[in-house]
Design a protein around this ligand. Sequence first.
Ligand SMILES: Cc1cc2nc3c(=O)[nH]c(=O)nc-3n(C[C@H](O)[C@H](O)[C@H](O)COP(=O)(O)OP(=O)(O)OC[C@H]3O[C@@H](n4cnc5c(N)ncnc54)[C@H](O)[C@@H]3O)c2cc1C
Length: 392
Amino acid sequence: MSERCEVVVLGLGAMGAATVYQLAKAGVNVVGIDRHHPPHNLGSSHGDTRITRLSVGEGAQYVPIVRNSHRIWRELEALTGESLFEQSGLLVLTSSAEFDPEDPTDFTLRTIGLAQTYGIEHEVLPAEQIRQRFPQFANVHDSAVGYFEPGGGFVRPERCIDVQLKLAEQQGATLYKGETVTGISSNEEGVTVTTDRRTLFANKLVISAGNWNGEWLGEPYENLLTVYRQKLFWFEVDENAGLVGHSPTFIFTHGRGDDKINYGFPALPGESSMKIATAQYHTATSAQAIDRTVSAAEARDMFEHQVQDRIAGVTSKVLKSAVCAYTVTPDRHFIIDEHPSLQHTLFVSACSGHGFKHSAALGEAFAQWCMRGSTDLDLSSFSLKRFEGKLS
Ligand SMILES: Cc1cc2nc3c(=O)[nH]c(=O)nc-3n(C[C@H](O)[C@H](O)[C@H](O)COP(=O)(O)OP(=O)(O)OC[C@H]3O[C@@H](n4cnc5c(N)ncnc54)[C@H](O)[C@@H]3O)c2cc1C
């Protein structure tokens, strides 16, 4: 006997939690399934904080999405009393001997350009002002440029997932946690989802399985998704440096190439640490094989190459570390599209390491897709079509 529902959501991380919440809120009979117990630290949505900003240097197509997310985080805060979105202010800066102020690929310059185009409140800061206002970046080159977005900051991913799942359940969603989807098939009438405990039949399915997504996309598309292990570090701050309560969220480009960009979060009152990380795209892994421990050598390397002589007031002592994973497409943009072979199924990639800020709004859009087959947001640039002719 199979259970029946209107929609099944596979995976209840950032994307799935937002989707089941929006569906349940709209009165849809939805079942969410997760192999773990979200929020958990085995996917892509853990580590206390995620950057959010209106001027999304990754591309103009993201600006309307993140605007909707900011609205929804505030709605969720009002509903639950939880603090989810901290407008700590966001500093994006480039300081490098090789900096070319005409370089169209520079992340800070792209961010400034988008803010100007979309009328996003911001300030452009020359080196002197960066040093004055943010003494932790006192070592910047004279040619450095900064972008400060006062409304930017961070969201708390575990809390965001938790409140959306709780609200979804309160509004009638059924959530099966600790249960793994093992098979999917579809026909004209709907989708059959098999788990290690039951079979469900639904009108629609949303697949948002994060790092595990490759197994559901099928050949040749699965090759579009590569999983990269990432490390997060919470460095102890020098208590005399005045960083606690006075530091912004930041993205710091200090040279050319992925390994010359780091990002970090404010040192918050009550916490004597600053979370700082960088991203790597050279060594691939898989959801099954990922090494979840961070070695002392990795912590030392991070401090020496990303922190030392760049961010003042941060000591080399690591108070906490974590491993998380990006699932990245060849152009580092999202894949959001109807599944290439399964009917009635929407496929949502884990969003190439920059999806959390958009997740609340995307959940709202995915719920619209389930209910009426279209979305208010234009998601066409995330279609699989862009890879046609490029697949092996
Ligand atoms: C280190 C790091 C830093 C990041 N920083 C930022 C940032 O600053 N700003 C930003 O916007 N974004 C950031 N991101 C990206 C963002 O966090 C991700 O895009 C987003 O969290 C992905 O959410 P998801 O729902 O796709 O995946 P997940 O949250 O991982 O959820 C997938 C879920 O699917 C479940 N699942 C998988 N397979 C099955 C199955 N067979 N059956 C049942 N359940 C299954 C898993 O258990 C999991 O809970 C960062 C990511 C990482 C890793």
